[in-house]
Write a protein that binds this ligand. Structure first.
Ligand SMILES: Cc1cc2nc3c(=O)[nH]c(=O)nc-3n(C[C@H](O)[C@H](O)[C@H](O)COP(=O)(O)O)c2cc1C
Length: 439
């Protein structure tokens, strides 16, 4: 059976599933329940300096739901821990002692002043924690006080604070990145330059959940006023995975370990992050929505997947998808797909026809014979865009077929050669023509 144990930065845990810093890791009672349920590690809810922060007593959370009321996105305006530092440190010490085989990481956010970091680091080390995570990501509340994302948005600050932590602590340092930036590679490079042992991402995304159209007050609100919050959950997974892949394939951060966070709900999500280069993963929303026991399915699913593919250890497939993430210019322009509708499973709803007719390439025809509606792909118009596959309500009813070498695309007359041809060498590329003209 596959070995799903993890040694991220040399920190052992029985599986790669850690709880991200958030309410599930705020107290001894939560973390103990999490470890009893089987979580491999926790990043404790972010610690700050005393006097501790005060949270609002109105709604802290709100959700974006699918029609079946599954939570797709979660918004929060919660700050870091609102309990005294001493209480947290005492509880962390007891938990680590009781659960020596699990990873316990201290998440930290103190003012961007050397003295503050110098003061808190030894106290944290005394708990027996296995590592530090620097919260440079929280986008609300704390950033207005010059912490969290306010640090994470300035690469020079990231580098400076990371250096302090490496200087004043012997623990491995994970820098947690904010997604509220334009290019995540710059903060990741700064973390590496500061000596970080790893990066983790993503923290939450700036968000506002809507407006009450009767009162015209933004949502969520406290006493008639609201503030933007941090967005997470399944809806953010594609954004997070792109950022993870950008860092994993950046030559300047090559080899920098990554802890993947964002929308992980099932073992499949986790396996995808690992394939994109992550050494382990962290989960928040899924635990808040479904409870701690989901980790059991995650462990079983990951283990079964690895068995089925012959992966003995996590490292056997870690990063295997990274070389498939390329710049657009590298895509093969000599590859041609066409949509295919399975007439046996088609329910004749016509959504593919409407979408293609109104907004794409008029490549799905509609006919009616003897009262039976029929939708068919017209290969002379289909560009293989995948819109019909994406919106069809019946799984696997519409699929894509790749033309084989020797086949002719009836749309363009182009013969598929099986050779690779990208934009750099394409005759329509003006830069190529310039190069060719020059000689
Ligand atoms: C209610 C709530 C509170 C959070 N508090 C913290 C925090 O104190 N420190 C931190 O680094 N991240 C915090 N986060 C962010 C999570 O650790 C995580 O990065 C984010 O939720 C994305 O993961 P997910 O999609 O699995 O929820 C919080 C998230 C939520 C929902």
């Amino acid at each position: 059976m596959a070995d799903i144990s993890s040694r991220f930065l040399g920190i052992s845990s029985p599986n790669p599933f850690w709880l991200a810093s958030a309410p599930p890791t705020d107290k001894e009672i939560n973390v103990t329940r999490a470890f009893e349920a089987g979580w491999g590690g926790v990043v404790w809810k972010t610690l700050g300096e005393d006097p501790h922060v005060v949270n609002v007593n109105g709604p802290r959370y709100s959700t974006l739901m699918a029609q079946d009321r599954r939570v797709m996105g979660l918004n929060n305006i919660e700050l870091i821990t609102d309990r005294p530092l001493r209480t947290n440190l005492e509880e962390m010490t007891r938990v680590k002692k009781a659960w020596p085989d699990r990873a316990l990481i201290a998440s930290l956010m103190v003012p961007c002043v050397e003295e503050s970091w110098k003061r808190i680091l030894p106290m944290v080390e005394d708990t027996g924690a296995d590592g530090l995570e620097l919260n440079f990501g929280c986008p609300h509340g704390m950033s207005e006080r010059g912490m969290g994302a306010a640090v994470g948005q300035v690469p020079e600050y990231i580098q400076m604070v990371t250096q302090w932590c490496k200087q004043y602590s012997r623990l491995p340092v994970i820098v947690k990145l904010t997604p509220n930036i334009t290019d995540v590679r710059f903060p990741a490079r700064a973390a590496k330059a500061g000596g970080a042992d790893a990066v983790s991402l993503i923290n939450t995304i700036n968000s506002l959940m809507g407006v009450n159209l009767d009162t015209l007050v933004m949502h969520p609100s406290t006493d008639g006023q609201g503030s933007h919050g941090g967005y997470c959950g399944p809806a953010v997974k594609p954004i997070a995975q792109n950022m993870v892949a950008e860092i994993a394939r950046d030559p300047q951060t090559a080899g920098l370990p990554i802890s993947g966070i964002g929308g992980i709900t099932t073992w499949k999500d986790a396996a995808e992050y690992i394939a994109l280069g992550c050494g382990n993963v962290q989960v928040c929303t899924a635990a808040m929505v479904y409870g701690f026991r989901i980790v059991q399915d995650m462990c079983d699913g990951l283990s079964n997947y690895m068995d089925a593919h012959g992966f003995a250890r996590i490292e056997d497939f870690q990063g295997r998808a990274v070389p498939t993430v390329r710049d657009w210019k590298d895509l093969n322009l000599n590859h041609i797909d066409k949509a295919v509708i399975n007439q046996d499973s088609c329910i004749q709803c016509g959504r593919c026809h409407v979408a293609c007719e109104d907004t794409s390439h008029q490549a799905i025809t509609f006919s009616k014979e003897g009262g039976v509606r029929r939708f068919e792909v017209d290969d002379t118009e289909c560009v293989g865009c995948n819109l019909c596959v994406s919106i069809c309500p019946v799984p696997e009813c519409i699929t894509m077929r790749s033309l084989q070498p020797g086949e002719v695309d009836p749309r363009t007359g182009q013969t598929v050669t099986g050779e690779y041809a990208n934009w750099t060498t394409h005759p329509n590329n003006p830069m190529r023509q310039a190069v060719t003209a020059q000689g």
